[in-house]
Ligand binder design. Structure first.
Ligand SMILES: C[S@@+](CC[C@H](N)C(=O)[O-])C[C@H]1O[C@@H](n2cnc3c(N)ncnc32)[C@H](O)[C@@H]1O
Length: 192
């Protein structure tokens, strides 16, 4: 039984690998293909997804959400061809983002916060502690977007200032920004 499961996993990974190379070649030509192969090789240098309770971040433990880990997006199904330019999912540092928000001196409910490449939604949850009018995350990897939706439902804190939060599954390059004043956030993660 396990042999069948493992074989299926390998076949699926091989299929994704081949599909990725084909798309990279179609979209970026030989240099796109080279870039894609390079990204895949870098995978071996990235830290694995944390396993077990003890490796959970303080943020995930405190709020019972799932925003930890490093996920190479080329391993995930994405909408649109831009995935060859994307790198890993990795949540931002909540304290750093909090400091940045505090320095913005946001006037109440005026700005909409948009996170382009929102992953599992950690920045959206951090932003919800500040007086934003609405919070929107744009993520092209469906699996990460689904996790973000669940995190948005789960997240509860007595100090939350904005409950108008949503994750949109789309390519940031094709996303139409909402009207009105915006705070736009983009975080590419740490190169590990
Ligand atoms: C380093 S993570 C940042 C996650 C989140 N912003 C945070 O700070 O916690 C970058 C995310 O951008 C996503 N991404 C990269 N290119 C994208 C694109 N063109 N459209 C939508 N999402 C993209 C990746 O899948 C990944 O989840």
């Amino acid at each position: 039984m396990n042999v069948i499961k493992v074989s299926r996993l390998y076949v699926r990974s091989l299929y994704r690998f081949a599909r990725g190379l084909k798309q990279a070649l179609a979209v970026g030509g030989v240099s796109g293909l080279g870039e894609c192969v390079y990204c895949r090789l870098r995978r071996f240098q990235t830290s694995p997804q944390p396993k077990g309770e003890s490796r959970k971040s303080a943020f995930d433990c405190k709020y019972g959400v799932d925003t930890d880990g490093v996920v190479p997006t080329y391993e995930l199904e994405t909408d649109g061809p831009n995935y060859i330019h994307g790198y890993n999912y990795q949540g931002c540092n909540p304290a750093f983002l909090g400091h940045a928000f505090a320095r913005l001196n946001l006037s109440a409910d005026q700005y909409c916060f948009v996170d382009l490449g929102s992953g599992k939604g950690r920045a959206l949850l951090v932003a919800s502690e500040y007086p934003f009018k609405a919070i929107i995350g744009v993520e092209y990897a469906r699996a990460l977007h689904e996790i973000a939706k669940s995190n948005i439902m789960t997240y509860k804190s007595g100090t939350q200032r904005c409950s108008e939060i949503r994750s949109v599954c789309a390519d940031a390059a094709e996303f139409e920004l909402p009207d009105g004043p915006l705070v736009v956030f983009m975080y590419i993660g740490l190169c590990t």
